[in-house]
Design a protein around this ligand. Structure first.
Ligand SMILES: Cc1cc2nc3c(=O)[nH]c(=O)nc-3n(C[C@H](O)[C@H](O)[C@H](O)COP(=O)(O)OP(=O)(O)OC[C@H]3O[C@@H](n4cnc5c(N)ncnc54)[C@H](O)[C@@H]3O)c2cc1C
Length: 468
């Protein structure tokens, strides 16, 4: 990094070298710059997009190292990004020309079977935690994908297979260790820093680096789960969505209206064609599951992989677009309470994906149940009444085609009545309007107050930013 003036033997210190000097010795090869061999791989996040090259990446292993990285960011003024599982569609884990605090080496999990609490370090992935808890017959609900970071999904909300029964992941966050912008290490829970604890449960990475999450565990044995797929008939879509909305809290999942991939389990005749694909979990008894699944099986699925299995098996496959795929996504909500859409809506949804011209999908996740029984003011995730969360996704073949994908996403969401207000964890852009869509006015005002107290200089800005 240091440069040598031509014709002289004197070395001019590179300003970046000087800035990073406090970290260099302690981090060794865990401090990466674009010249490092591993840089390109470490600087990749799940979703692709326009070039975003950090000046350096610090791969932290301890809370003390997090404190040290934040000190460098404060003192140098380098823009900071905090990277967990790297799955956010808006690529918050990368900052151009700035410093990335990469949490992935902080991947320890401790399962306290007696207290029924799981302790996850800040960089643990959902699949890693779920496997460790599952080995003890326990679980905390996250989403439906094992490669998503526990930190990112929890701080935004966490809508998944167990949410209708146990609430969102935020509803099961009992406490956290947080490194604040000024370097203090604090606990946030119902008794200590309760305002910070409230803000962490939906306010994203705005308030500090979470180095430990304490999560409530529930008992879980064998579940009935897996994938089902149908040809794109509107009745198939309405039946699955009705089964979620009107079914027991134990039954939940996600339905995709999508173009079938060329995967070995997909019948060849359907590959590249629109299909309806559901990932389902019933956490009750086998007999209760069979009853809930009966109307879905009566539709004659072309693929039925739903069977009894240990809960962690649901997290073993990869999900979503391949790493590095470029595309835009927007989230919003549909309906309230036990409402579900009619066949005209389902036909329009199938038609939108079928005529999108390229990779496109609607992911519809079941809400309701225990999610809706929590007071909207109890956590910074305030959207408690929706029946479904919908993500409208369109891939783009190149970075240049991104704006066309965004336009399709916006018009499709509008045509299908997907709400403007949405879920912060599934927003492909991070404008001020997106932030207003993620939080009702009163929630956003309260988040700003907490931000002013804990991060008045907005050190944590690479997120859906709550300005102090
Ligand atoms: C394939 C796929 C499937 C998904 N499925 C679901 C689902 O079923 N349900 C659901 O609710 N969501 C789902 N999501 C969305 C997911 O919850 C968000 O993308 C989430 O933000 C990812 O967290 P991450 O740690 O992997 O990502 P990152 O991009 O690393 O982080 C996201 C944000 O959280 C912050 N952050 C992460 N960890 C910490 C920490 N320890 N301390 C402070 N800040 C932190 C980052 O700074 C960033 O602002 C899915 C996303 C993808 C791509």
């Amino acid at each position: 990094m240091a440069t040598q003036e031509p014709g002289t033997t004197q070395l001019t210190p590179d300003p970046l070298d000087s800035a990073l000097a406090p970290l260099a010795d302690a981090f060794g090869d865990r401090l990466l710059t674009p010249a490092s061999a591993e840089f390109a791989e470490v600087a990749t996040v799940f979703v692709g997009g326009p070039e975003r090259t950090p000046a350096a990446i610090a791969r932290v292993r301890t809370t003390e190292e997090v404190v040290a990285v934040l000190a460098v960011a404060r003192e140098t003024g380098l823009p900071l990004a905090v990277r967990g599982g790297g799955h956010h569609q808006a690529r918050h884990g990368l900052v151009d020309g700035g410093l990335v605090l990469d949490l992935r080496l902080m991947d320890g999990v401790q399962i306290d079977t007696e207290a029924r609490v799981g302790h996850a370090q800040g960089g643990v992935l959902a699949g890693t935690y779920t496997a460790a808890a599952g080995a003890q017959g326990l679980a905390t609900g996250f989403g439906d994908t094992g490669t998503v970071g526990v930190g990112g999904i929890t701080l935004g909300g966490g809508i998944g297979f167990l949410s209708r029964h146990d609430g969102l992941t935020v509803d099961n966050l009992l406490g956290a260790e947080v490194v604040l912008a000024d370097g203090r290490v604090v606990e946030a829970n119902a008794d200590e820093n309760p305002d910070l604890y409230w803000a962490l449960r939906g306010g994203g990475g705005n308030f500090g680096v979470v180095t430990r999450l304490d999560l409530r565990l529930r008992e879980i044995g064998t579940i009935t789960g897996g994938m089902m797929m149908w040809e794109p008939a509107p009745a198939a879509l309405t039946t699955v969505l009705r089964a979620f909305a009107e079914g027991p809290d134990e039954f939940a999942g996600m339905v995709n209206v999508m173009i079938a991939p060329p995967a070995p389990m997909v019948p060849v005749a359907l590959q590249g064609k629109p299909v309806i694909m559901a990932l389902l979990v019933h956490s009750g008894t086998a007999a209760e599951a069979a009853e809930a699944l009966a109307p879905l099986r009566a539709l004659g699925p072309v693929l039925d992989g739903v069977q009894e299995m240990p809960y962690p098996a649901m997290f073993e496959g990869a999900g979503g677009p391949p790493s590095g795929a470029v595309g835009d996504a927007r989230s919003g909500f549909l309906g309230t309470g036990a409402w579900s859409p009619d066949e005209a809506w389902a036909a329009a949804a199938i038609d939108a994906v079928s005529t999108a011209g390229g990779p496109a999908a609607l992911n519809i996740r079941a809400m309701g149940g225990a999610i809706g029984r929590v007071d909207p003011a109890a956590t910074a995730f305030a959207h408690r009444d929706p029946a479904f969360m919908v993500t409208v996704y369109k891939g783009a073949p190149t970075v240049e085609a991104f704006s066309a994908a965004s336009a399709w996403v916006a018009s499709t969401a509008e045509a299908l009545g997907v709400s403007e207000r949405g879920y912060v964890n599934f927003m492909g852009t991070a404008t001020e309007q997106d932030v207003r869509n993620a939080y009702p006015e009163a929630t956003l005002e309260r988040l700003r107050e907490v931000k002013r107290e804990y991060d008045p200089n907005n050190l944590f800005a690479s997120n859906h930013n709550v300005r102090p």
